[in-house]
Each structure stands twice: as C-alpha cells, then as structure tokens.
Ligand binder design. Sequence first.
Ligand SMILES: NC(=O)c1ccc[n+]([C@@H]2O[C@H](COP(=O)([O-])OP(=O)(O)OC[C@H]3O[C@@H](n4cnc5c(N)ncnc54)[C@H](OP(=O)(O)O)[C@@H]3O)[C@@H](O)[C@H]2O)c1
Length: 303
Amino acid sequence: MSTLVVGSGFVGTGIARRLVAAGDAVTLVSRGRPADPPEEYGARWAALDATDARACGRLVARLRPRRIVLVHGPSDVTWCEAHPAEAELAHSSVAAAFAGLGGRARVVMISTDNVFDGTSPRNTEATSVSPANAYGRAKHRAEQVLLARAADALALRVSLVYGHEPADAGKWLNYFAACAHRLRAGERVEAPDDQWTTPVHVEDVAEVVAALLSCPTPLPPVLHLGGPDRVSRAEWATVIARSLGLPAALVVPVPKAGSRYASRPRNACLAGDLLGTLPATRDIPIRGVVEGAHDLTAVFASS
Ligand SMILES: NC(=O)c1ccc[n+]([C@@H]2O[C@H](COP(=O)([O-])OP(=O)(O)OC[C@H]3O[C@@H](n4cnc5c(N)ncnc54)[C@H](OP(=O)(O)O)[C@@H]3O)[C@@H](O)[C@H]2O)c1
C-alpha cells in the first residue's frame, strides 16, 4: 500500500512511522528536509511545496498513492494570527490541490480544535463551527475545500498532540516537549490556568489515522479525536513535572491573556463521540495525560 504524507513535521513523522511499521510504502514531502531522517525508519522523502498545484500533480502521477494524509503547516497559531491571509491561502490551496488529485485515494486531513470558539467545554462532531482565530479559520476553510471537492476524504480534527521532540529540533516544540525540556533544565514554566485542552499522544493519533486509512467502508466527513482528560495547561505542566520527578513548584499558573496562548480558544477540547462508535476506531485506547506522561518519562529522561 503506498501512502503520501504531506508534511514531515511532528505529527506527519509520527503517522509515517506507524504506517511504515504496518508495512506501508510511505513517502513524506515538505519543502525542507525533515530533521528526523525518514530513511532511518523506512520511509522516503521528496521535496515539495504543496501550495504548487502543478508540482503536486507531477508527484501524484509518479507515486500513484492509494492514501494521502494532509498534515502540513503552517501550524504555528501565533504566526497564523500575524499572517492570516497567507495562512488561509496555504491551507486552502493545498487542500484544493489534493482534493482534485486524490482519484481513488482516500485523503485524510489533520484539522484542529481551533475551529471552535472555546465557549463550550466539550466540542463534538455536531457542535457548530466558529473559529477562534486565524489558524482555525484557515483550517476550517481547508476542510470545506477538501470535503466539497474530493471523492473520498475526511477531516480528522485533533486536539493538542504531544510526544517526544528533541530540545534542539530547531522549531517551536509541542507543549509537552517544551515543558519537559524546560523543567529538566530547572527553568520555571509559566502555564495558563484558564485554557483547557484534551491532549492526545502522537502515537494514538497515528493509530487512529492508520485505522481510518485502512477502513474499507465510507467514513463520515468530519471526526474528532481528543484525549480522555480535560486539563488546563497549568494542570498538565504539573503532571509533566511530577512524571519526571521534578518540583511542581516550577510550574507558575498565569492567565492566558498576555501569554503566547492569548489567541487560543478557552476550551480547545474535542470529544470523539462519532469516532468512538465506528468499528474501525472504537476499540483503539486513547491515553490519558498521566499514562501518556508516564510513557514518555524514559525518553525525556535520556534526551
Ligand atoms: N501539533 C498539534 O498539536 C496539532 C493538532 C491538531 C492539528 N494539527 C495539524 O497538523 C499539521 C501538522 O502539525 P505539526 O505539529 O506536525 O506541524 P510541524 O511540526 O510544524 O510540521 C509542519 C510540516 O509541514 C511542512 N510544510 C509547511 N508548509 C508546507 C508546504 N507549503 N508544502 C509542503 N510541506 C509544508 C513543514 O516543512 P517545511 O516548512 O520544510 O515545508 C513541516 O514538515 C498542521 O496542519 C496542524 O494544523 C496539529
């Protein structure tokens, strides 16, 4: 089975690793070579600016993928807030390019909880969309473009994803990794106590994506994936400190206003009501934050 993963960053790499382990022939694409060399875990990489529709067409004609995962940037919420037009153009042009090229391929786009305004502590697949910020608007527009034009596509809205990334990855790290490295260095971590998320381990995201790609029956156009725990960033940073055996006092609760997280929805929380009923995904266990932190302790302790 050949799979094209558009975006070779944190989430794309996690998905690619899981698909390779299942025997897929995986090609990741991005503009720059990923820090985590795909050849080392059995995938291939090709250079592609996915906003270039012609280049996407040439690549798809060459690879003829049976499955396509859209998991490209821009992913930085703060950057998108400062560059809303560029963010929307990037996400919707890539969605448009692959919606028309999928052919017989299933296309899964990784979307976000930022398509909700954060007023509800629980956002299901039935909750009305009302993007919280420019990033949420760009991702929602891309969902609409993809779902309107592709024959077999779905948007998987995923809550805050976490897992291991090295301190020197040269990019803004996922929240868990950023907290873990700072706490291990003895630094204080200012963490909002008024912004809640339902964090989900990157390996659990990859497991769900693999199941959705393999599912032989048609799927709903929109699915939600969140972890079972709703935690504030301050609560979560405290869980991370405790799991690493570090003083919880290093975590300093602050309001999200004035922080890097100011434009994030108050509740960036997803409930996968529909995902939990599908035969393909209902038995996949999704880790809570304590179990997820426990599972990551060894790799952070040695990095
Ligand atoms: N991380 C999360 O918590 C989370 C949660 C929900 C949804 N998502 C979604 O998942 C996607 C990826 O997130 P991430 O955390 O993995 O981000 P990331 O680590 O920043 O990776 C983004 C990847 O996209 C590539 N990319 C950016 N523009 C591109 C272009 N024009 N053509 C081809 N590749 C391009 C980047 O490489 P180059 O810059 O070298 O091209 C990079 O490999 C985003 O769309 C985000 O909305 C993430």
